[in-house]
Ligand binder design. Sequence first.
Ligand SMILES: Cc1cc2nc3c(=O)[nH]c(=O)nc-3n(C[C@H](O)[C@H](O)[C@H](O)COP(=O)(O)OP(=O)(O)OC[C@H]3O[C@@H](n4cnc5c(N)ncnc54)[C@H](O)[C@@H]3O)c2cc1C
Length: 440
Amino acid sequence: MPNDTPKKSVIVVGGGWAGLTCATELARQGYEITLLESARQLGGRARRVAFDKQPVDNGQHILIGAYRETFSILKKLNISTTETLDRRPLDLLFQYCGGKKFNLQLPALLTPLNLFIGLLKAKGFSAKDKWRALIFGSKLFSNSVFYENDISVSELLKKEKQTENNIKALWEPICLASLNTPIDEASARVFVRVLHDTFCRSHKDADIIIPKVDLGSILPDPASEFIEKHSGIIHLSKRVTEININQRHVTGVRCDKDVYKAGHVVLALPPHACLPLIKDHPALHDIAYNLNSFSYNPIVTAYVKYPASVRPNLPIQALLGTTSQWIVSRDVAGQAGLIAVVISGPGPHMQLDNEQLASTIQSELANCFPHWPQADDIKIIREKRATYSCRVGIDLLRPNNKTRINGLWLAGDYTKSFYPATIESAVLSGKHTAELINQH
Ligand SMILES: Cc1cc2nc3c(=O)[nH]c(=O)nc-3n(C[C@H](O)[C@H](O)[C@H](O)COP(=O)(O)OP(=O)(O)OC[C@H]3O[C@@H](n4cnc5c(N)ncnc54)[C@H](O)[C@@H]3O)c2cc1C
């Protein structure tokens, strides 16, 4: 390493959940942290925004009990998960507007008993649907759903002889919600891992968790406080434009005219933001080549404001056969009457302008819930590159956290991990990168 580079100093580029996790883990170990974030706030794709002076998020996020690393970092930062997160056993209602309903509840029993009893007692499914789901469930539990080459989720479901009801009212909505990728394109390998970790380890892993406070208050605020308390420096509105490398050692970064020096640089960025920073370095060409092959899917969240008397029976439910896919009651966040409508993945809705989309969503809600009064207001947030497309073969493109440049690391939800683009994957990558730097 060149002599003038401070060894225990780390520059973290990007203040999303991956960068913040990495920075807090390293700050705890005594590293000097400089965090550079191009936006005016921390949080990245999981951040606070305002709607009519109320804090909401750039997209309604749902966590599950299997997010062990996320709960672990919150615990380390002394964040009370009971105060910030609403956690309940899985109770999912899938409903065709004014038509058939399907309900899956998991009892608090040991796995796989909870899954088998939950499937047997599920409402709306025929005996054949349940039988097929049970066989698939038992194969997931015994880790015997394996195809040598990755295939699409729809091919997997066909091979596993899933019925039309199971596909339409269970697996397809779960796949879109967890992988943000349509079943015809989604990676069966990643989907099987998600199902396995959700349903086949502990019954608590399938719990559904809805934030009770805005996402900024859950990790970004306490993490930035922690980093600054440990002598770290956070610069907002600082876009990194270049990585400085000297003889295969990273020496720092450049933000236009400003140069920052450090022995380690963590790029905690989405692939499309990482690519321009690494593409010109020959030792990083293979990573750049793979990142160039990533594609992205949108997520739209519509916050629909009703009078406070509108209180759905369940905090979350899925709508089938409509543009609106999931509705989440913000009652759990103390925002009675506020409903978040989530639309994951690509689709014709992306061709509509906000006014047309708002009117589609409002008329769907009026059809599905005719007893609700008229909405007072609606805010639509489109995240066009919400996540990378978790398509067949994606595992082969995801890079390791360590690169061939000494001291240069990659973190983010897209790096090699068990999970698709989620908060858990981002946190996991941040934590793992911090461990690698510490061992270096
Ligand atoms: C609408 C929506 C809904 C979602 N729903 C869920 C959900 O229900 N459950 C779930 O688990 N996950 C969900 N996700 C996914 C989850 O939010 C992401 O996987 C996670 O936030 C990614 O974190 P990250 O740190 O890897 O990346 P990012 O959050 O993208 O962080 C990267 C940061 O780098 C900054 N940056 C970019 N370029 C530069 C540069 N050159 N210099 C400095 N800084 C830079 C960006 O501004 C950003 O803050 C959702 C995402 C969206 C958008």
